[in-house]
Design a binder for this molecule. Structure first.
Ligand code: GLU
Length: 406
């Protein structure tokens, strides 16, 4: 269940299919650099607490390292390495000129005050500013990090280096130099993938039931956009549990309920279920939108969905992939399904570097073009080699990364 081991298994699968040169394969097994830092933070009670932070810079062949920073108590070095590897594959899958990177801090941000969170975020940059920059490594939000945190980080970076560099970080609020559409871009990209796969398997929006595990930034926007398009969202969950109503949930009301009670659980007009049960419901489309390793060899055989749209990073283990493939469940892999986020991050960086600001319509139109093109490209490779979509995405991504020589 080590995410990096899983990532390497996925690499091996693709390398086998494409007859990857063994020396190139060897190079791809290692991040170019992994930084580990100690971040002292003055806590509100007067004590100093030291947090551990990471930044893994996997590969910059195609452009500056790119990827989010995660704040979570379960962060590990191998998780950050895996996530940075997936960022390399993801950027290449959608063909944007960015490399792969990822950061993380071992912390439960829900336990910090706003002031502590700001000092931690600025502290992260104080330790890593030499290694980031718009032409070097461009962080962004990930699990439990926000536009506000990106704003603090940009500010701290510019304060230290003494000049403006808005493109040092993406996912900023609009007022801090962010892009229109970035806040829901990950979900929007997942929606384009859902529309494409629904066409392939002859589902109309009204006839399609969807379950979404994870009601955070990605999952809640996905539920909202899909239900606006007529899809029936029958179940959602968050870290405290889930709810189901096979007749469909009113997503606006669920969001309101979560805002008031901090959880989707105990929503009127729905039955409470667990985070494990939501994965095994009799739905057409399952969207894991939380963390890694939720679909494993233990539960893959019980999954009834026709397609899985991976909005989270790394939700399916390689063992589970084998079972799903054998059972004919189509998996739209994370490196494609959630690439809308980094794609609009690239647009944000591009706007920052050029001193431009694009309208929401322009951003979303460009995003749709990239996502649909990438989906079709991966589908073509899948058909050509008769392989699953994850391996197909890896094959086309690795071809792009290695065609320039490593
Ligand atoms: N954290 C997001 C991801 O995993 C976005 C990364 C970015 O925008 O750079 O794709």
């Amino acid at each position: 269940m080590n995410p990096f081991k899983n990532a390497m298994k996925q690499l091996d699968n693709a390398a086998g299919i494409m007859n990857l040169d063994s020396n190139t394969h060897e190079v791809l097994k290692y991040p170019q650099r992994v930084l580990e830092v100690a971040i002292p933070v003055s806590m509100d009670n007067g004590t100093t607490k030291v947090f551990t932070g990471y930044r893994s810079q996997y590969d910059d062949t195609l452009g500056p390292y790119k990827g989010g920073i995660r704040y979570h108590p379960g962060v590990t070095k191998d998780e950050v390495k895996a996530l940075s590897f997936w960022m390399m594959i993801k950027c290449a899958t959608v063909n944007i000129p960015m490399g792969g990177g990822k950061g993380g801090v071992i912390v439960n941000p829900k336990e910090l005050s706003e002031g502590e969170l700001e000092r931690l975020s600025r502290g992260y940059v104080q330790k890593l500013w030499r290694n980031i920059g718009s032409d070097k490594d461009v962080p962004a939000p990930d699990v439990y990090t926000t536009p506000q945190i990106m704003g603090w980080m940009r500010d701290e970076y510019e304060r230290i280096v003494g000049h403006s560099d808005p493109g040092v970080i993406t996912g900023k609020a609009i007022k801090d130099g962010g892009s229109e559409g970035r806040s829901y871009a990950t979900a929007q990209g997942g929606v384009y993938c859902t529309i494409e796969i629904a066409k392939k398997i002859n589902l109309t929006p009204e006839s399609t039931t969807v379950a979404i595990q994870g009601f955070g930034n990605a999952g809640s926007h996905m539920a909202r956009i899909l239900s606006g398009l007529g899809y029936k969202i029958v179940a959602v969950s968050d870290s405290r549990g889930g709810i189901v109503n096979m007749e469909g949930l009113d997503i606006d009301q669920v969001s309101e309920h979560k805002k008031n009670t901090r959880s989707v659980s105990d929503f009127s007009n729905a039955k409470n279920i667990s985070n494990e049960e939501i994965l095994e419901l009799g739905v057409d489309i399952l969207v894991p939108a939380a963390l890694e390793n939720v679909i494993t060899k233990e539960n893959a055989g019980q999954i009834k969905a026709k397609a899985i749209v991976e909005l989270a990073n790394g939700p399916t283990t390689p063992d589970a992939d084998e079972i799903l493939n054998a059972n004919g469940v189509i998996v739209i892999p994370d490196v494609l399904a959630n690439a809308g986020g980094v794609t609009v991050s690239y647009f944000e960086w591009d706007q920052n570097v050029k001193g431009e600001h694009w309208s929401e319509e322009v951003v979303i139109e460009k995003l749709e073009k990239i996502m649909v093109h990438a989906f079709q490209g991966v589908w073509t490779v899948k058909e050509k080699f008769n392989i699953d979509m994850r391996t197909a995405a890896f094959v086309s991504a690795i071809e792009r990364v290695t065609s320039k020589g490593l």
